[in-house]
Design a protein around this ligand. Structure first.
Ligand code: NAG
Ligand code: NAG
Ligand code: NAG
Length: 273
């Protein structure tokens, strides 16, 4: 090896170590390793050396991904940057669900809107086939301007939905009250971008503006942390933050929907904070 070559090699090595260690410090694992692009052909893409996943939607199709692994009791973190501008009719979904068997699902759906009008963060929990547990929120930031972290903490005691480390919703295990809790089936993580202009924006009255297509949403820093044995830390809920979000940003709560449940509210409504 000539001196030139070995010097160059050394510089490259030092640079790679700096790059790799800064990546490990600030980024999640490589998305190529954790996620499979499963829908929409090249509308779904992983770029930036596995650090960024994009999903696009045009008139012909949306797109989506799923995790390679399945999880039983886990904390999922994902950063999302949503479709900017006129995103009416478009839904960015991010949820966990088992592949087969009885339907359990923990669900984030972000419902787009006309430019300048607020997105709605729609959440739902299905256990043993039973859903109808919608809660909806406005966000306290513009979800299209930058990445924000949307997390699901699913441990043997509860499910907590979080946005930027603020709990927004808690679903406690309450089997003694007859409320089933997901605890047996492993679940996969799914993400998708799709057209739902028959219901998503103001009940379907505002349609997707296809002249603005393709629409693109971005995902990064996926992280799954096993919670099957380390319950303690994930048991803590910042109730002050939870109340702040629910008081100021919750716009729909099925547990207060007297019309829908005129014959009485589901049992979990008395249990969850
Ligand atoms: C997908 O990402 C790769 C880099 O991983 C890039 O070369 C390619 O152009 C992208 N494709 C599309 C359709 O954006
Ligand atoms: C992910 O993709 C790989 C390669 O195409 C395939 O072998 C594997 O079964 C896929 N897994 C899931 C969960 O989609
Ligand atoms: C869209 O904006 C309107 C008007 O501000 C609002 O009522 C609605 O909740 C917003 N979100 C969706 C998804 O419709």
């Amino acid at each position: 090896m000539s001196k030139m070559a070995s010097t160059r090699c050394y510089v490259v090595m030092v640079l790679s170590i700096v790059v790799i260690s800064s990546m490990m410090a600030s980024c999640g694992a490589n998305l190529f390793e954790d996620l499979n692009l499963t829908w929409g052909d090249n509308r779904a893409n992983i770029s930036n050396d596995g650090q960024l996943l994009s999903l696009s939607l045009d008139k012909a199709s949306g797109s989506g991904f799923q995790s390679k692994k399945e999880y039983l009791f886990t904390r999922i973190d994902m950063q999302l940057k949503l479709v900017a501008g006129n995103s009416a009719g478009i839904v960015t979904a991010y949820y966990v669900s088992p592949e087969v068997a009885t339907h359990d699902e923990i669900d984030f759906e972000l419902l787009g809107n006309l430019s300048g009008d607020p997105y709605i963060l729609h959440t739902n929990v299905f256990t043993q086939g039973k859903g109808n547990r919608e809660q909806q929120f406005y966000l306290w930031f513009d979800p299209t301007a930058d990445f924000h972290t949307y997390s699901i903490i699913w441990n043997p005691k509860h499910i907590v939905f979080m946005v930027d480390e603020s709990p927004i919703r808690v679903f406690k295990k309450a089997e003694s009250a007859g409320v089933p809790f997901p605890k047996k089936q492993q679940m996969r993580i799914y993400g998708s971008l799709w057209n739902a202009d028959n219901w998503a924006t103001r009940g379907g009255s505002v349609k997707t503006d296809w002249s603005k297509a393709p629409f693109t949403a971005y995902f990064r820093n996926f992280k799954a942390t096993d919670l099957s044995s380390t319950v303690l830390e994930s048991d803590k809920i910042d109730l002050k933050k939870l109340r702040w979000v629910q008081k100021n940003y919750m716009i729909y709560n099925y547990c207060q929907d007297y019309k829908k449940f005129s014959h009485g509210f589901p049992a979990e409504c008395k249990i969850n904070p």
